[in-house]
Design a protein around this ligand. Structure first.
Ligand code: PMP
Length: 304
């Protein structure tokens, strides 16, 4: 049961009133794509700021294009609908926003060709995604789907089975989260987050060509490290043992924000505590997202 309003097919309606057919291709075959966006409540300014709203919708439309899901909205219309939805829900707390574009036709084939496209946005309060200060992770025995299987620069609904299998394996084996390798054995990303290592004063993260999702948080962390914290950032492939030998490891993502990793495959990372650099980056990122850093305020869309 949800008490919130959602945006469905161009209208603001009670989320609970939306009915989706059990025959829909989104449900049967995962033919859809989505985004995950956050809006941060700034108590001092009594303002709700949506962080990097436009970039999320640019990525959604990129996903839609790759999957042939045509939705009748421009980026500006999607941004406006999101702001209006948050306003109508009268949120005064940090919120997670989930737009989904999907194939709603009901015939039996798993076809992306049909022109039966639907779009909705739902949202909910979300302070912390996972109540953990630090993560103990394992390398998954599942490899990350590569770009020629399911396009890596999209957020495809069906592709998250790959993520879910890795997270399940990690949980069953007593870990908090998994790290994927690419098919050729390079460190890729987490099931729903990008990864960084810090070693000898440099921040290193896998390049887009290693089948990662080009995370918006990843991009922000690289900006902050370079421009504000004077840390060199290198995008290059990372090998498995580099994770074990790193001074610090952390995940980044809209839901996860910056999450320090303190153990990989039972090897302690650094001194076994959340790293100093990881925490500094997290603090800076949170301040930027909350609308507290003047030079980044243009990335924060005010709702009220
Ligand atoms: N990789 C994957 C597979 C993800 O699902 C996400 C979450 N969107 C990320 C990385 C992080 O991306 P972002 O920072 O844009 O949320």
């Amino acid at each position: 049961m949800s008490e919130y309003l959602a945006f469905y097919q161009g209208e603001f309606v009670k989320e609970d009133s939306i009915k989706i057919s059990i025959r829909s291709k989104a449900f049967n075959y995962g033919l859809g794509c989505f985004e995950g966006i956050r809006a941060y409540w700034n108590e001092e300014k009594k303002q709700l700021y949506v962080f990097r709203l436009k970039e999320h919708y640019e990525r959604l439309l990129q996903s839609c294009k790759a999957l042939n899901i045509n939705i009748p909205f421009t980026i500006d219309q999607l941004c406006n609908a999101t702001v209006e939805l948050l306003k109508r829900n009268n949120f005064k707390t940090t919120v997670y926003i989930r737009p989904v574009a999907y194939k709603s036709s009901e015939n039996l084939s798993p076809s992306l060709y049909d022109d039966d496209n639907s779009f909705l946005i739902y949202c909910q309060p979300l302070e912390r995604f996972i109540e953990k200060e630090a993560f103990r992770v394992c390398i998954s025995s599942w490899r990350r789907i590569s770009d020629n299987m399911i396009p890596a620069r999209t957020k495809p609904t069906g592709g998250y089975l790959n993520s879910a299998l890795a997270s399940l394996e990690a949980a069953l084996n007593g870990y908090d989260e998994a790290i994927f390798l690419t098919e050729d054995g390079k460190v890729c990303e987490g099931p729903g987050e990008n990864i960084f290592i810090y070693k000898n004063g440099k921040l290193i993260t896998p390049p887009a060509s290693d089948n990662i999702l080009e995370g918006i948080t990843r991009d922000m962390v690289m900006k902050i490290a370079k421009n504000d914290l004077n840390i060199e950032v290198v995008e290059r492939s990372i090998s498995r043992t580099e994770l074990y030998a790193a001074d610090e490891v952390f995940f980044t993502g809209t839901a996860m924000e910056v999450a320090p990793v303190i153990e990989v495959d039972r090897r302690i990372v650094g001194n076994g505590k959340p790293g100093e650099v990881s925490l500094k980056i997290r603090e800076y990122l949170m301040n930027a997202a909350m609308g507290n850093i003047e030079k980044y305020i243009y990335m924060c869309t005010p709702v009220y």
